[in-house]
Design a protein around this ligand. Sequence first.
Ligand SMILES: [Zn+2]
Length: 91
Amino acid sequence: MRSALFINLKTNKMIQVFKCDHCHHFTQDAEEMRMHEAKCSFNPALKKCYTCLHSYEAGMPISGSMRGCEKKLDIIKGEEVGMCVGWEADA
Ligand SMILES: [Zn+2]
């Protein structure tokens, strides 16, 4: 988690925001960010699909993005829970 200071140009007041180390998510609430990073899909420590070598874009024209797994492991569990047994770092 990183924090940064911004000036709100309307009120001229400084606001502090917290940014996720792994994605573009940010918030003014440090506690919310701590909770976000603990389950962020892009946090490699959690071994979820987005950071895994074996995950690929399977594609779904109607619903948008859908992941596929080269190892045919459970992608729902892999993404929701993480700590997947087949996870390897995406180089
Ligand atoms: Zn994040």
